[in-house]
Design a protein around this ligand. Structure first.
Ligand SMILES: Nc1ncnc2c1ncn2[C@@H]1O[C@H](COP(=O)(O)OP(=O)(O)OP(=O)(O)O)[C@@H](O)[C@H]1O
Ligand SMILES: Nc1nc2c(c(=O)[nH]1)N[C@H]1C(S)=C(S)[C@@H](COP(=O)(O)O)O[C@H]1N2
Length: 174
């Protein structure tokens, strides 16, 4: 079974002050888009770098997720450390994901440039950061998702397929 990790990184969501709207939005979008069998591995944790790194490693190495999507903790506030934790556990960074998501987000908010969201590869897992604002989830994930299945192919992960009417992905011809 294909497994995809979803981690909401937020002090307030992990304390139960908020409902986890961003994490649920990620699961809902992937459910709409993916036509292959898959299951989410879902966590809600505070903005603690050690805990973020440990959860990313657990979902990649022990839970076997080919993709881990994080929400929140990408901004400039002192407790926003999601990009640092991502970089610490990845062998290779994929800066194009953050560049494209920020460019797209600028169509909605001038504060798009405040997100340091990025992506990286840990062995056979792609880790992707999204901002924590519920509205940002679809705006960011939909613009980068067309390249994600091929990225997972290239790192030796499972073959992700989508419902073409909902989400058309791109794989270059051999
Ligand atoms: N479940 C939610 N419902 C409504 N707004 C949310 C929710 N989660 C996040 N947000 C909004 O997104 C912003 C950024 O979210 P993020 O998770 O990065 O930080 P946060 O929720 O402020 O986390 P923390 O509690 O760690 O400060 C929040 O300030 C809030 O405006
Ligand atoms: N698409 C989109 N991107 C966005 C936003 C948004 O509302 N929509 N908010 C921005 C703001 S105000 C901040 S502070 C940063 C960081 O958000 P985070 O700390 O929740 O990750 O994301 C930015 N990117």
């Amino acid at each position: 079974m294909i497994r995809i990790g979803v981690i909401n990184i937020s002090d307030r969501a992990s304390a139960g002050v908020y409902e986890d709207i961003p994490g649920k939005a990620v699961v809902a979008l992937l459910t709409d888009w993916l036509s292959c069998d898959w299951e989410p591995v879902y966590r809600v944790i505070p903005d603690e770098q050690d805990q973020i790194e440990a959860t990313l490693i657990e979902l990649a190495d022990s839970e076997g997720c080919c993709l881990v999507v994080t929400t929140g903790g990408t901004g400039p506030s002192p407790r926003d450390v999601t990009p640092e934790a991502t970089e610490a556990v990845c062998q290779k960074m994929m800066p194009g994901f953050g560049e494209l998501m920020r460019q797209e987000s600028l169509n909605y908010v001038p504060t798009a440039i405040l997100s340091r969201q990025t992506a990286g590869i840990r062995d056979q897992t792609l880790i992707l950061n999204l901002p924590g604002k519920p509205k940002a989830i679809g705006q960011c994930l939909s613009v980068v998702f067309p390249a994600i299945p091929y990225c997972i192919d290239l790192i030796g992960g499972p073959f992700l397929t989508t419902n073409e009417e909902q989400m058309k992905v791109f794989r270059p011809k051999a």
